[in-house]
Each structure stands twice: as C-alpha cells, then as structure tokens.
Design a protein around this ligand. Structure first.
Ligand code: GAP
Length: 483
C-alpha cells in the first residue's frame, strides 16, 4: 500500500472511530494541535499506565514526579533552552513566509508551488535563530520580568526537584525520577499527522548514577560495556556505558511488552559530531512508520551537565553525599526520553490491518482490524446479547457486563447483527467479544441439554476463533491476557 494512502486511511479511521480529531476542527483547525477522542483517550491512558508501571511501580529504584508546566524562567537559562533551543529560519520579504533554513530545498514556494523556496525569486533574509519555546506571562502585567515559558521538555523539572525527591524518598544512587506530562514546542513545520506537533506529551526518566571515577574508587575498576554483556541484573560497579546499554535494553523490552516487536524498531547511534555538547552517547529508538523510519525515543548519557548548570545558577550544589566514599559529587545521568503521541501513532499504525472477506454470494468487503496488544487496547471486551428483543438475553448480557466492568474497560452493544457488532469491535481493536445466547440461559441446544448453561461465546479478535466459556471462568481467562 502506498505510504500516503495508508496514512490517509489511518487518519480517516481515527476520526471515524474517535481516536484522534483535529484540534478546534469546527474553527478550521489549528496546525500542530490534536485532540484524542473516546478511543484515543483510552489508548493513551493505557500507554501512560504501562510506561508508568514499567518505569516506577515495578521498580524499587525509580520515583515518580508530577511537576508544574510553567516553571521559573531561569531554569531555561540554566538548561540552555533560552539561548540555544532554536531553529535557523529564513524570512521571505516577498511572500512574508518563514522557512527553516535547512529545508529551503524541500519546501514549495507558497506563491509558485512548482519551485522550492530555495529556487524561487522571493527576496530572502539570511538565516536567523527562532526560539521554539512558547512564551507567556505570569500575573496581570505583560512585562520582561514576568515572562515565562511553557516547558519544552519535562526533564528540567526532574533536575530541579532532584534534591527534594532524594531527601524525601531516602533513595541512594543509582536511582531515577520519572515523569509523564505535556511539553510544548513552537515547531516550524508540524508534520506527519501527530508525529511532530506543537503540544505533545513526554515520558521521561532521569536515572542518576555514580560518576565512573567514584565507582573506580569504591570497586577498583569500572565494568564497561562489551558484546554479550549480561544486562539483566544491574551491578554495583557498572559505569555509565553499562547503564546506558541497560536502559536501551529495558526500553526495547517495554516496547515488546506492548506489541512493538524488534522487527518494527530500529536503532540509530548518534555519531560523535552529532551529539549534544553535554552527551557522551545517544541512541535513538526508531519505529518503522508508514512515512519512514523515525525517532520514537532518545536515550542519552547526559553526564552531569544539567545538575551542574542548576548548581551554578542557584548558587547551591545540586549534589549527592556518598556514604561509601564520604564525599559529595554531582551525579551523572542516563535519560530515556519518549514521546507519548509518537508512541500512540506507532501502535496505531502497527495495529492497522485490512482483511478482504468474500461472502457466500461472492461479494467482497474490506474490513479493518486494529490488532492492539490487549494490554493497551481501548476496550478489552465487547459484551453482547445475541438478540436485543429477548429481555432474558439482554438481562444476562447486562449482568456479564457488570461482572467485567470493574476490572476492565468493556463495551456493551446490542445494535445490529452479531457480525456487525464483531466488526465494529475489530475496528476499535477490542481483543475479546462475549456473546450471551440461548445456551447461556437454558443450556439447551437443538432440543437437548448441552450442559452449557451459564456459558458464553468468547470470540478472539485476531483469529475470529470462538470458544465456549463459563461465565464464572471469564475473569480468570481475560485478566491475565490484559494485564
Ligand atoms: N529531554 C530530552 C528531550 O526532550 P527530544 O529528543 O527533544 O529530547 C524526546 O524529545 C522525545 O519527545 C522524542 O523522541 C519524541 O518522541 C518526543 N518529541 C519531541 N518533539 C516532539 C514533537 N514536536 N511532537 C511530538 N513528539 C515530540
């Protein structure tokens, strides 16, 4: 399928079924902003929950944080964002457009679309930096002193709360602080649907480790990464290289746990000359989107840059007292930083499958099946009475729905043929459908006792296979599959 065609189909499905809507659509939309509808909101919530669980709940060495979006403006001076978080831009005095200097050859001229901006006749300025941070004011007076920014990353809140979390949690190095939250970047060129937006959500961990010199002092030597290294159990003498590899490995395992297998992913190790000035190494985990293989998450070994900068700016060391060496130092950091919206797009494109069905009369129909991993699917189960005009079936189906509802998000549906109801749930990505029929009530089939009273039909989305399951066994069967 052509890449544009498939992205158009996916966007149409997302709108039709309530995954993703254009923000402010009835006003013509706002470029770079998106809303998640009823299925999208559930999907995102499930992604957040799986990440939070893997990164903090299931670990003893990571604490959570939920910080304010607007923070002291000096934080962005210390982090370097005020000075350097900018794209070089060129203005065209003829068409009044503003374009990224490194994309002039690709962007069509707004007045003559057959030519790229680089070759059009418009009079252009030289490249000038354009800061990507959204600016606002705190309080009623819009003055220089009241300038504040919507955070362009969640990471800085973690650095500036490092001491508070360290002291209140009584953690010892190595340990991490993680956060999920909104970030804002006034991207020049939002593109590829929700892939690059101006408002998005990040899921970030700052994992604080001892500097290699300290480990050397305590253990005599530092374990460095080597081919075939065992990354399953962290060791006290691990240096930053091992921790960096460990987190790449952990993050890949996480993606696998929500249905993004290794063949859907790729890796890019940034070259020395591409690294940010504070980074010792950065690996990008890429996903094979229909429009190309692009970054899902970056995992950087950031040294002690940020805590050192904040120490300088506040005049107080943001450091750690090491009981083993009786010394104080600024920890180093490994940072796995993922985009939630990109992940939502990755799991949506990964789940999208078309199936062509031919009926008995030879009529063909193409149906969409969203094969989400059950753990992240918006609805876990659809519950149906076989017929809606049989009150006993409806009452029993309602009873089954009430049984499941406290344990999982499930959808009750009695409208249309049973085939249509299955198809609707396939399109929403619901892994299981439960149908209450006459056997459920009577245990009778073809006039004979089938011994199947109080059983239901459990239908599996990906195979369309159906099995008979006791209502009392339903939870025991479904819960392990979705948790
Ligand atoms: N604290 C490090 C940091 O912010 P980044 O590579 O700029 O690093 C991390 O961002 C992740 O945030 C990216 O891998 C991507 O998933 C997501 N992200 C960044 N900019 C985005 C945008 N404009 N729209 C959607 N997601 C974005």
């Amino acid at each position: 399928m052509a890449e544009n065609n498939i992205m158009e189909k996916i966007a149409a499905l997302c709108k039709r079924r309530g995954f993703i809507f254009q923000s402010s659509e009835i006003y013509g939309g706002l470029n770079g902003f998106w809303d998640y509808g009823q299925l999208g909101a559930e999907l995102k919530r499930n992604l957040r929950d799986t990440w939070w669980r893997a990164m903090t709940r299931e670990r003893e060495d990571v604490e959570g944080l939920d910080a304010a979006i607007i923070m002291h403006p000096n934080i962005w001076k210390a982090s370097g964002h005020t000075e350097t978080f900018a794209d070089p831009m060129v203005d065209c005095k003829t068409c009044k457009g503003r374009f990224r200097a490194d994309q002039l050859a690709q962007i069509p001229c707004p007045q003559k679309s057959s030519k790229p901006v680089a070759d059009c006749d418009g009079e252009k300025t030289g490249a000038r930096p354009f800061n990507l941070m959204f600016q606002t004011y705190t309080g009623p007076i819009q003055s220089e002193e009241n300038i504040a920014y919507l955070r362009p990353e969640t990471a800085q809140a973690i650095f500036v709360q490092f001491k508070n979390v360290l002291e209140s949690s009584r953690q010892k190095l190595p340990f991490g602080i993680c956060q999920i939250g909104k970030a804002f970047r006034n991207e020049i060129n939002p593109r590829n649907y929700i892939f690059r937006s101006r408002e998005f959500e990040q899921m970030e961990l700052e994992f604080f480790i001892k500097p290699d010199e300290v480990i050397e002092k305590i253990h005599g030597s530092v374990a460095k990464w080597h081919e075939g290294a065992d990354l399953s159990t962290p060791q006290p003498n691990w240096g930053w290289e091992m921790w960096h590899r460990y987190w790449v490995d952990q993050r890949v395992k996480y993606y696998e746990s929500i249905g993004l297998g290794r063949d859907a992913l790729d890796f890019y190790w940034q070259k020395k000359e591409e690294l940010a000035h504070y980074a010792k190494a950065t690996v990008d985990i890429l996903f094979k989107f229909p429009f190309g293989t692009e970054e899902l998450e970056g995992i950087a070994a950031r040294g002690n840059y940020d805590l050192t900068q904040h120490s300088k700016f506040v005049g107080k060391p943001q450091d750690y007292f090491d009981e083993d060496t009786k010394t104080r130092y600024i920890p180093h950091v490994i940072e796995p930083s993922a985009g939630l919206d990109r992940l939502a797009l990755a799991v949506i494109t990964n789940a999208y499958h078309e199936e062509t069905i031919t009926d008995a009369k030879g009529k063909t129909e193409t149906r969409v099946i969203m094969r989400f991993h059950p753990r992240i699917a918006p609805f876990k189960a659809g519950v149906f009475p076989l017929l809606k005009n049989k009150p006993e079936l409806v009452a029993k189906a309602r009873e089954v729905h009430r049984l499941l509802k406290p344990h999982m998000n499930c959808f009750y549906d009695e409208a249309g043929s049973i085939g249509r109801r299955y198809a609707r749930q396939d399109e929403a990505g619901t892994p299981f459908c439960v149908t209450v029929d006459f056997e459920t009530l009577e245990g009778v089939k073809d006039g004979a006792d089938s011994g199947k009273k109080d059983t239901v039909t459990l239908r599996h989305r990906d195979t369309s296979a159906q099995e008979r399951v006791s209502i009392s066994d339903l939870l025991g069967k479904l819960l392990p599959a979705i948790s």
